[in-house]
Ligand binder design. Structure first.
Ligand SMILES: NC(=O)C1=CN([C@@H]2O[C@H](COP(=O)(O)OP(=O)(O)OC[C@H]3O[C@@H](n4cnc5c(N)ncnc54)[C@H](OP(=O)(O)O)[C@@H]3O)[C@@H](O)[C@H]2O)C=CC1
Ligand SMILES: CC(C)CCC[C@@H](C)[C@H]1CC[C@H]2C3=C(CC[C@]12C)[C@@]1(C)CCC(=O)C[C@@H]1CC3
Length: 397
């Protein structure tokens, strides 16, 4: 439910606690309490009941910003935050929807002034903006994921933001070889497979390094893997497009490789748990956390479930992994060489082939232990909800 007074400036959590104590002590008259270097005037309660009511109708102390809030994950996160009584500022390069309780700020995250406007009176920032992984624009990835994240951190410091939750990616440790039950202490990929991964590594390092209890900025990174769900712009649409072009007949490798696909609600749950656990004394400060469905699945079974659910045939014929990977590499090089003359984007990029033909699943036991994480939606339910949400992508639609 959207908060009652979305535009008022709320006190922070400790100020709310102070209000409660003062209320219980029957303090009369106007109380002034300092919250985030601001003087907050409280109402004039006379009884416990009146005080309780007064505090209940006051705006929520949960005021946050979601950078990248127009995107797939960002919008799901915004919706959940609203449900939980947060007031949300969305900062994104585009505005894709309108919702009561959400203030939109359209801008580029490399623009500090624009960010500062969106971060006014915000104590918690979720940073989940990134160029699409399918892009091969190296300069864009460097500008947005590296320089842009530096700008976000500077703006957060200047605006007095206290907590930053970054959406990183489990791919930061993926080099194209098998990862089974990978933990967060795996080293970052030395030879990242693409520019997306390369810049997500730098981005995560920047955010975790910025965690500074003395300066009052706490940071944490969430590493989801293979997010899927309603409104996802890449996994299901790319899969269906490939199937419609008759190219989803083949299984790359023997088809036994296990991977993580994570339903978007679980990723959102992990983000909010992280934000709410992030306190100076918490073990999560400055650390990265895998957030998955905790149900590794065969890559090709998952693809088949989505395809069959939407009325397409499941892939059946096997192709050797090394052959397909070699071809994908060749095609990618060709696309680079021919770029000035013809623009073509191969469907089977080296990254996609690597993801389709290797094991890559991660342990989320650190998130379970440190923040009480547990997936809220099972893989089966996630797949059902996803399939139901794409009637327009059904075979024959
Ligand atoms: N989807 C997945 O499977 C996984 C995603 N992640 C991470 O999760 C996060 C969210 O991903 P997802 O929701 O899938 O991606 P989306 O592309 O749907 O969302 C990202 C949003 O950020 C916006 N954006 C891009 N550049 C800028 C910029 N310079 N300034 C402001 N906003 C910008 C995008 O706008 P526009 O669309 O116009 O570019 C988009 O609205 C990303 O950080 C991604 O790396 C991690 C693991 C897995
Ligand atoms: C053409 C087929 C071989 C594959 C079609 C499905 C793919 C588009 C998706 C399967 C695994 C997905 C995935 C990502 C994007 C979409 C897939 C490649 C990410 C690269 C998105 C960003 C990340 O941080 C990691 C993801 C891993 C899984």
């Amino acid at each position: 439910m959207p908060p009652l007074h979305p535009n008022s400036s709320p006190p922070n959590e400790s100020a709310s606690r102070a209000q409660l104590i003062q209320g219980l002590l029957f303090v009369r008259g106007s109380i002034h309490t300092v919250a985030k270097q601001k003087t907050v005037c409280l109402p004039t309660p006379t009884t416990h009941l009146q005080f309780a009511m007064a505090t209940r109708i006051r705006p929520s102390s949960k005021r946050c910003a979601v950078i990248g809030g127009s995107g797939f994950l960002g919008r799901h996160l915004v919706e959940k935050l609203l449900d939980k009584g947060y007031t949300v500022s969305v900062f994104d390069i585009r505005q894709s929807y309108e919702l009561p309780g959400v203030t939109f700020h359209q801008g580029d995250l490399c623009d500090k002034q624009a960010l500062l406007t969106a971060l006014q009176d915000v104590s918690l920032v979720f940073h989940c903006a990134s160029p699409a992984p399918a892009s091969d624009d190296k300069a864009l990835f460097q500008r947005v994921n590296i320089q842009g994240t530096q700008t976000v951190l500077q703006a957060c410091t200047e605006a007095g933001v206290q907590k930053v939750v970054l959406t990183s990616s489990a791919s930061v440790v993926f080099e194209g070889t098998d990862i089974k039950d990978g933990r967060e202490d795996l080293p970052y990929a030395k030879k990242p497979i693409d520019y997306y991964t390369e810049t997500k590594i730098e981005q995560e390092k920047l955010v975790l390094k910025a965690c500074d209890k003395e300066k009052g900025l706490l940071t944490v990174a969430i590493r989801p893997h293979g997010i899927f769900g309603p409104r996802d712009p890449q996994l299901v649409p790319i899969l269906v497009d490939t199937a419609r072009r008759g190219k989803m007949k083949f299984i790359i490798g023997d088809g036994s490789n296990l991977v993580d696909f994570t339903f978007v609600d679980n990723v959102v749950h992990g983000h909010i748990l992280a934000a709410e656990s992030l306190r100076p004394e918490s073990p999560i400060c400055g650390k990265a956390y895998h957030i998955t469905n905790d149900e590794p699945v065969r890559f090709w079974d998952f693809m088949a479930d989505i395809l069959v659910g939407l009325g397409y045939a499941a892939p059946r014929y096997h192709l050797p992994y090394t052959l397909v990977y070699g071809l994908a590499l060749l095609l990618w090089l060709l696309s680079l060489l021919l770029r000035p003359l013809v623009a073509f984007k191969p469907t089977f990029t080296p990254m996609r082939v690597a993801l389709a033909g290797t094991h890559h699943f991660y342990s989320c036991s650190r998130a379970k232990q440190d923040m009480g994480y547990k997936p809220v939606i099972s893989l089966k339910d996630g797949i059902r909800r996803t399939v139901e949400s794409y009637p327009h992508l059904r075979h024959g639609a």
